[in-house]
Design a binder for this molecule. Structure first.
Ligand code: ZN
Length: 372
């Protein structure tokens, strides 16, 4: 009984903390009482506890209705730090964020992927250097979220398969055992979708993650749908061209083989940045390849739309370059669709190259907020 009361009190405090966390300019006691439908003394007591724990602070804020400045409360955003790490075929990247996912520091290491254990070594050494170089407080480090282009079985601690990195059935510990902080590993596209969901994206969306390979995530009612084998939203291996280009998975005609950045960088021997620069400058060969990418991308997106019937959001570092081509992509998707006249259900996410890492870090921020 008393445990229930304690838990109920904690949930009230947690709800209050979330209101303060989500308020952009600060929120007053009166507003909290109105929003939560509870008494001012209850608000007062919980605010005192949150102030005592240094989780919130008091400030003056200007209400949006233009009234007199009022005393409000905002969260103390430097109480915790989370670090996201991304492993790709060519780089290892680090991003440190505060509890509002604001970036505090970032670093990229050039590291050709060899195997999981070697990547684990590079991450462990790089992480300590990253923390020291940026004077990050280890005492505030909530955890390290590592994202990797692979199907992950966290329940059994296995990296099941990564066609992009040519990895199969490897223990997650081979990647993480040298890291002396709480650590979490998940698929890069899933993590990037998590960051979009956390930052207030709609409850239902399909997320198409475009980097060297292609991945994704599906969110329904604000929750990720993982599938029976943790392979939900492996959009990269949807067949968009039967018998077509060979994919890293060994099959032919996959979306990844047509639209993954490896296709239009490796083939031409250029970086992603160089590719889009040439494209913008009107190079005819690049245009031809890009039109083919867009056509197949529209096919893949149309399949996702047909199955899911919800918004499709594009993310990953390639999505940073897509904006000028979005109208054409929408047109191509609409041409393929039986029911719709436009492709306005396709949009760009909030995060580009940082999305995966922010999502990895987000895992620890969410846990921190949940436990208050
Ligand atoms: Zn494939």
């Amino acid at each position: 009984m008393s445990e229930n009361i304690t838990e109920r009190r904690r949930l009230t405090r947690n709800h209050m903390y979330r209101l303060i966390y989500n308020s952009k300019e600060g929120i007053s006691k009166q507003q909290i009482a109105e929003d939560m439908g509870c008494s001012l003394p209850t608000v007062h007591q919980n605010i005192a506890e949150l102030l005592e724990a240094d989780l919130i602070k008091q400030g003056e804020f200007q209400p949006s209705n233009g009234g007199r400045p009022a005393i409000g409360y905002v969260t103390n955003d430097d109480v915790g730090i989370a670090i996201g790490v991304s492993v790709s075929a060519k780089h290892i990247r680090f991003t440190a964020v505060d509890i509002k996912l604001r970036v505090l520091a970032a670093k990229k290491i050039q590291a050709e992927f060899e195997n999981i254990s070697k990547a684990g070594e590079t991450i462990a050494a790089g992480l300590e250097e990253f923390i020291d170089d940026n004077k990050l407080d280890r005492g505030k480090l909530l955890g390290v979220g590592i994202t990797i282009p692979a199907v992950i079985d966290n329940a059994n601690g296995i990296i099941m398969i990564s066609p992009t990195l040519n990895v199969k059935n490897t223990n997650i510990k081979d990647l993480t055992h040298r890291i002396p902080y709480p650590v979490f590993v998940d698929n890069d596209g899933t993590c990037a979708g998590e960051a979009e969901a956390f930052s207030g994206q709609r409850d239902d969306f399909a997320y198409l993650f475009m980097e060297y390979g292609i991945g994704g995530a599906v969110y329904m009612n604000g929750k990720k749908y993982a599938g029976h084998n943790n392979r939900s939203a492996e959009f990269g291996h949807i067949c968009v061209h039967p018998g077509g280009l060979k994919c890293s998975c060994g099959k032919r005609g996959c979306l990844e083989a047509y639209c993954g950045a490896l296709r239009f960088t490796k083939e031409l021997g250029v970086t992603v940045d160089e590719f889009f620069k040439e494209l913008e400058d009107g190079d005819k060969d690049y245009e031809e390849i890009w039109n083919d990418v867009l056509t197949h991308l529209a096919s893949g997106i149309n399949i996702i739309r047909m199955i899911f019937d919800g918004p499709v959001i594009l993310g990953g570092f390639v999505s940073e370059y897509i904006e000028p081509y979005l109208p054409r992509l929408r047109e191509l998707a609409a041409e393929k669709n039986t029911f719709e006249r436009d492709g306005n259900y396709i949009s760009l996410g909030k995060f580009y190259k940082n999305g995966g890492m922010l999502g990895g870090a987000c895992h620890f921020v969410e846990r921190f907020v949940d436990e208050i």
